[in-house]
Design a protein around this ligand. Structure first.
Ligand SMILES: [Zn+2]
Length: 146
């Protein structure tokens, strides 16, 4: 049971990292579109200076907040930590070690984790690839409008 839960936590972590990135790019694209539509009105209302700094700030925030939020969720997840030494399994090297030898890469203790399920791996990869393509399509569409 705990092996299954840990495998699920690792999968969720991977998907959440991807989702954070996708959302960040989508929010940024949405902001670019909004700014393009409302630019003259914003400039007139806020003034040149506030407009410049404000849009810079929102650009960074829209790109960074979703990944940081999902990162925060992962850090709160108890399954993402080694039961022996408390090491975090979020790093690529730690996940690699877990998948390969069911071992913590920090203390080398055996960690219970279910083996990779082919169908799950396939759907995770489909999500990653589909999501990336979707985000690329949105970026392309936005770049044509700008
Ligand atoms: Zn450990």
């Amino acid at each position: 049971m705990s092996a299954e839960s840990r495998r699920n936590a690792i999968r969720r972590y991977g998907r959440q990292q991807a989702t954070g990135l996708f959302l960040g790019v989508l929010f940024l694209s949405a902001f670019f579109l909004f700014e393009r539509v409302a630019q003259s009105w914003l400039r007139a209302t806020l003034g040149e200076n506030i407009f410049f700094w404000g849009s810079g700030l929102i650009m960074f925030a829209s790109l960074l907040i979703p990944p940081i939020w999902f990162r925060y969720l992962a850090v709160m997840d108890g399954w993402m930590y080694c039961p022996h030494c408390g090491g975090f399994f979020g790093a690529v090297r730690a996940v690699f070690c877990l998948n390969k030898r069911s071992q913590c890469n920090r203390c080398s203790a055996e960690v219970e984790i279910a083996p990779i399920n082919k169908r799950h791996a396939l759907s995770d990869n489909a999500y990653l690839i589909g999501g990336s393509l979707g985000v690329l399509a949105v970026m392309f569409a936005v770049s044509r409008v700008m």
